[in-house]
Design a binder for this molecule. Structure first.
Ligand SMILES: Cc1cc2nc3c(=O)[nH]c(=O)nc-3n(C[C@H](O)[C@H](O)[C@H](O)COP(=O)(O)OP(=O)(O)OC[C@H]3O[C@@H](n4cnc5c(N)ncnc54)[C@H](O)[C@@H]3O)c2cc1C
Length: 374
């Protein structure tokens, strides 16, 4: 390999690529905007799937480390009616072990040679130099030139414009994220409602989805199908007022469910959900490609991080398989990635229909009981 690989973004996708390249003896440098590995909390639990996340971790040689992170029992799933009645409760495992995203990122970072990730390098621009070479400019004005550039820089990728004019659009729905800490002791009714793993309390167009994390932390995404203007009118700088405003949309719901919104120990955080068009693709451009959310951002459906890791693992494998022909590697990678991510986005849209459609919460129960395929 004559060219080092330049990866923009140290999320799960970019780090999996760097790791798989390292396993194959290929050097990579990852440029990351954040100042350090601990600059930002990494979000909640991820279930790692048998058909994408797990093979990626296997290719990265990290399955043993991953098994050490799995939080037992967190695959339990329940669906509640708005009055708190348990409509569906299943504590079986479905081959989708759960781990904290931050812990997964930690094992990936720990598996790379020192200095692989250059923290505090926010990309401000990229330009083609011809013959597959690109110049990357950082916010401090410094530049690097590379013969193989990979945009793993998430939803608002700075690399994407080299390949495509597509821009993510608002999905019409957002999440508001809350945390209740030490739930069993401090919020026993809410902790009981959530149960041992995931809890979905759903109605058409909205829902309260919570997850039991480590140490009894109850992590909640409150889903509302409202416009961006509607959310802009909520004052998220006043935590109590914002929580009360969001909870107002669940007037009449069981108090142990609305407590997940109003009794949070951290300020509620708005997560605006945007997506690229389903089937987003581009014509081959020499020397550059995208992976993960940069390539196929979709509304959260439990697949995004898993797909990003599989993209990284597959791209790494193909670069190693074509040491003298980067274009053959990128072509093979994109030919498999485009249909894979389009299929996942289509399934994801159907899942959102089951979660928040007119039949909620019964559509999801039908899916869990096996009468509808996920
Ligand atoms: C609320 C919510 C819940 C979700 N739940 C799940 C789930 O349960 N399961 C699941 O599989 N997926 C889930 N997802 C989706 C998942 O988070 C993403 O699909 C996944 O993180 C994509 O990984 P990535 O590596 O492509 O991008 P990211 O994780 O977004 O990583 C991109 C990295 O690039 C860096 N970066 C960005 N811009 C620049 C720049 N200009 N210069 C340098 N660096 C830059 C960022 O700081 C970041 O570190 C969820 C998403 C949301 C919003």
């Amino acid at each position: 390999m004559t060219t080092d690989v330049t990866i923009i973004g140290a999320g799960l996708g970019g780090l999996t690529l760097a790791r798989v390249l390292h396993v194959h003896g290929i050097r990579a440098t990852v440029y990351e905007a954040e100042a350090s590995a601990t600059a930002r909390a990494q979000g909640g639990m991820l279930d790692i799937h048998e058909d994408n996340g797990q093979p990626a971790l296997r290719a990265a040689g990290l399955m043993d480390e991953f098994r050490g992170l799995v939080l037992e029992g967190r695959e339990a799933t329940r669906v509640l009616a708005s009055d708190g009645t348990v409509l569906f409760d299943d504590d079986s495992t479905r081959g989708r072990p759960e781990a904290l995203r931050g812990e997964l990122r930690r094992i990936l970072l720990g598996s790379l040679p020192a200095g692989t990730v250059r923290w505090g390098h926010k990309v401000s621009g990229v330009r083609a130099l011809g013959e597959g070479r690109h110049e990357v400019t950082f916010a401090d004005g410094s530049t690097v030139v590379t013969g193989l550039l990979v945009g793993a820089d998430g939803a608002w990728s700075r690399v994407r414009p080299l390949l495509s004019d597509a821009v993510p659009e608002y999905t019409g729905r957002s999440f508001v994220e809350t945390y209740l800490l030490d739930g069993d002791t401090r919020h026993p009714a809410a902790a009981k409602a959530v149960g041992g793993g995931s809890m979905f309390a759903l109605a058409p167009g909205k829902g309260i989805q919570a997850h039991r994390e480590s140490g009894g932390t109850l992590h909640t995404y409150v889903a509302l199908s409202e416009s961006q203007d509607w959310f802009a009118a909520v004052d998220f700088t006043d935590a109590a007022a914002a929580a009360a405003r969001i909870a107002q949309e669940f007037d009449g719901w069981a108090p142990e469910l609305t407590a997940l919104i109003t009794d949070g120990e951290t300020a509620p955080v708005l997560r605006t959900l945007s997506a690229l068009p389903t089937g987003h693709r581009w014509d081959r451009v020499p020397g550059v490609t995208l992976l993960g959310d940069a390539a196929h951002l979709s509304a959260p459906n439990g697949e995004g991080a898993n797909l990003a890791m599989l993209d990284g693992a597959e791209l790494g494998r193909l670069i190693a398989a074509h040491p003298d022909d980067v274009e053959a590697a990128l072509t093979a990678y994109e030919e498999a990635m485009f249909p894979r991510s389009a299929a996942a986005a289509t399934d994801g849209a159907r899942l959102h229909g089951l979660l928040f459609g007119q039949d909620a919460p019964h559509g999801l129960i039908t899916m869990f009981t096996g009468h509808e395929q996920p």
